[in-house]
Design a protein around this ligand. Structure first.
Ligand code: TXA
Ligand code: MG
Length: 319
């Protein structure tokens, strides 16, 4: 166990956070999607510590966070289309998978030794300030133990990783609430993970439909592609129109519940509330001595796609 410092996102907090990163320590920090568990992407030991703290299988490559497109271009090879997308959507919840530059200097653990790399510029003032203070690439998966619900508040991070990481920068709740959309541009645009940037927006920008799948050439299987992931303790029943006996109900739109993702039926608001609602439903179930959660149907449009992806994984049979 180590003492996890909670840092305010001011000049002195950012200084300590950057110093921890330089020393190979781990710092959790807010992004617009979820809290990330950051380590120096060039430092093998720091990256190994990320996997260790999360209890994450080592074959999964991590997303590398940079402060701007210029830094990303030092790490990966950008086609004109990749540059257009980066200029349009960065900073923001879009991760691009691109060919890795041999001289990028990243730890091979970050990319799982693949010839490609996943990059993004987060749209959060604290994340950007940390990237500037550290002045280097930060590898950061979501700051939760592997397989559990992603954190959208500092308290969630402490709950899952307190005592295992050097520090956390507390930047309040995350606005988007689901992880970034991962788009591979290795051979034709393909969405590898639905997320905070809607498929529709990417298609509008490209003027073409994009494939949706996952990279099966790669050894890595996204944790989001494992059967059970983002899992609450209670069992989940999806597309429920009402609670059955012994269930905590999570509502959406006209379908009410103990908790609602969005009373007005707004998928953006629902995404922002998703992970905190799963946690709150778990707590309610515990209080009531029951072990099931029912969730109302969510329309499969815009961020609804990312919500349904996370919900179906959370509902998947547990290993
Ligand atoms: O919103 C987010 O993206 C959050 C916040 C903290 O930024 N980060 C996040 O990172 O979710 P992470 O490391 O958990 O995402 C890793 C996933 C892998 O499981 C894989 O799906 C994809 O990114 N990935 C990374 N490198 C890849 C590569 N070279 N080829 C294909 N997929 C890759
Ligand atoms: Mg994650």
């Amino acid at each position: 166990m180590i003492q996890t410092a909670t840092l305010a996102p001011d000049a002195s907090g950012l200084d300590s956070a950057a110093a921890q990163l330089r020393a190979g320590g781990l710092v959790a920090f807010p992004t617009e999607t979820v809290y990330g568990l950051g380590g120096d992407a060039r430092d093998d030991l720091a990256v190994a510590r990320i996997f260790d703290a999360k209890g994450r299988p080592r074959f999964n490559p991590l997303i590398v966070h940079v402060e701007a497109l210029a830094q990303a271009e030092d790490i990966a090879v950008f086609s004109p289309a990749a540059r257009d997308l980066a200029q349009r959507f960065w900073p923001g919840p879009l991760t691009l998978v691109l060919p890795l530059r041999a001289a990028a200097g990243l730890s091979p653990l970050v990319t799982a030794d693949l010839p490609s790399v996943a990059l993004r510029v987060p749209a959060h003032p604290v994340a950007l300030a940390l990237l500037r203070a550290f002045a280097g690439p930060i590898a950061a998966p979501s700051a939760n133990p592997s397989g559990r619900i992603s954190p959208t508040m500092a308290a969630h991070v402490i709950e899952g990783l307190g005592g295992k990481i050097a520090a956390i920068l507390d930047g309040g709740p995350c606005a988007v609430g689901v992880e970034s959309t991962i788009l591979s541009l290795l051979d034709g645009p393909q969405i590898l993970r639905q997320g905070g940037l809607a498929q529709e927006e990417i298609e509008a920008a490209l003027g073409a439909r994009v494939a949706v799948g996952h990279d099966n050439s790669a050894r890595p299987v996204a944790p989001g592609q494992l059967a059970s992931h983002y899992a609450p303790n209670a069992a989940l029943r999806l597309n429920a129109t009402a609670a059955l006996q012994g269930e905590v109900m999570i509502g959406f739109g006209a379908i009410g519940g103990d908790i609602t993702l969005s009373a007005s039926g707004d998928v953006v608001q629902a995404a922002a509330n998703l992970f905190a609602s799963l946690r709150a439903a778990d707590d309610l179930a515990l209080q009531r001595g029951i072990s099931r959660i029912a969730v109302a149907p969510i329309p499969n449009i815009g961020l609804g796609r990312a919500i349904n992806d996370r919900l179906s994984r959370a509902a998947a049979p547990r290993a």
